[in-house]
Design a protein around this ligand. Structure first.
Ligand code: SF4
Length: 410
């Protein structure tokens, strides 16, 4: 992991960025010492900063803003870790089901299929069997040693019995585990969240979350690169990190992308305060900070990067983040809630469509694997997953039938 400390002399301002864009530089626009100057972007400069990042986004994505029609499958909410902002995790005594059964998984996936969903998002806690004997025994009684072994079988089930393509988020994963998941899960992800070690200090949100150590998350991300797995990374803002921390995290993601090429999307997720979390007294991440971070991500990661903001975490003004440089809304479910942010309902697809088109952009449904990771390449997919992707997609690699499959034309 590279942590940049050589910040160099101040030499990059918005005029410099604009002249580099005018000269045709839509990737590698800035280096790390340039980016350090962006840390000082003020309220007065933010509109101009966002205009630049939007210009870069337009070059790579035109007027297309994507979303993934998905169903959320919380395979288990047990987790060995405790994060200060989490409402997802449960102790065994709180959980209605320790794990969803195969029948429950299949029921929700089948229902989602009838609603036109194409992604089965498996989100689950980190290795609960290491903390809870209940989890270990539940798995053992069904012939599994680990939660990830069970996850492999549930991905296999959804892959074989529905048209959905699994995307998994089980936390840290080993080479062996990811190799076992790869034939049945088209894409995978782990948020880097932050490179800040301070967040692990006493009282910090990651004090009791060893899986949130930057080094282990970078390791999982690199293994995904070695295995050519289309992968989601991202950062979490407003949890006590600084702008400098965010810049460093974005360059760490860029480093991996340059080495392996498999980072298919980067989520910029804003912290939302909730009543029932240890961080309930911490205010929501500010809109200005979210805009700054999106624009910085776009300028650092370049025109072709897929940069995502969850619309349900920004219900009042999510369309304004298009103007900061995003090109994707992530998964939106017509069926299940966001179990990680249950207080924040997904927008209705008709509303998402209207608010996206109101900004002059076209809302387009995508698959869990972005087109550039399966159209004209076999590197990132197994033949079976590729076959499914081609069945579900149009000639551009988006979901067949477009947004009209989900939303009545106006
Ligand atoms: S955020 Fe993830 S790792 Fe942290 S406690 Fe919640 S489920 Fe566990």
């Amino acid at each position: 992991m590279t942590v940049y400390t050589n910040y160099g002399k101040s030499r990059c301002d918005l005029t410099t960025v604009r002249s580099r864009i005018a000269a045709g530089a839509f990737s590698d626009i800035v280096d790390v010492s340039d980016a350090m100057d962006f840390i000082h972007i003020s309220h007065d400069q933010i509109d101009e900063y966002c205009r630049l990042s939007s210009e870069i986004r337009d070059y790579g994505h035109g007027d297309v803003i994507t979303f993934s029609p998905k169903v959320f499958i919380p395979l288990t909410r047990l987790c060995r870790d405790f994060c200060g902002y989490c409402t997802f995790r449960q102790n065994p005594s709180e959980a209605e089901d320790l794990y969803l059964s195969p029948a429950q998984v299949l029921e929700v996936a089948t229902k989602a299929e009838t609603l036109g969903c194409t992604e089965a998002l498996f989100t689950l806690g980190e290795r609960p069997e290491l903390r809870y004997s209940e989890a270990k025994n539940w798995l053992k009684s069904r012939g599994y040693r680990t939660t990830i072994e069970y996850l492999v079988d549930m991905c296999k089930l959804v892959s074989s019995d529905t048209s959905l393509i699994p995307h998994v988020n089980p936390g840290t994963m080993s080479y062996r585990e990811m190799s076992q998941l790869r034939p049945y899960s088209g894409s995978m992800g782990i948020m880097l969240e932050s490179l800040s070690e301070d967040l692990h200090s006493p009282g910090g949100p990651h004090e009791f979350a060893p899986s949130k150590r930057p080094s282990v998350r970078i390791k999982t991300t690199k293994i995904a690169g070695e295995l050519n797995i289309p992968f989601t990374s991202g950062i979490l803002i407003g949890i006590g990190e600084s702008r400098l921390d965010r810049v460093q995290a974005l360059f760490a993601i860029l480093d991996i992308q340059k080495n392996y090429g498999n980072i298919q999307e980067v989520i910029i997720q804003n912290f939302r305060s909730k009543e029932n979390i240890p961080m309930r007294h911490v205010p929501d991440a500010e809109s200005l900070e979210l805009r700054w971070t999106i624009a910085t991500a776009r300028i650092i990661l370049g025109s072709h990067a897929n940069i995502q903001v969850p619309p349900n975490l920004n219900a009042d003004d999510y369309e304004t983040y298009i103007s900061a440089g995003i090109n994707d809304w992530g998964g939106v479910s017509p069926l299940t809630i966001d179990y990680v942010n249950p207080e924040s309902p997904w927008p209705k697809l008709a509303e998402l469509n209207n608010r996206t088109s109101g900004m002059g952009f076209n809302l387009v449904p995508r698959l869990p694997i972005y087109p550039e990771y399966f159209i004209n390449t076999d590197r990132y997919t197994t033949p079976e997953i590729k076959r499914k992707l081609l069945q579900l997609s149009d000639y551009q690699g988006y979901v067949k039938g477009g947004v009209r499959g989900y939303v009545e034309p106006k």
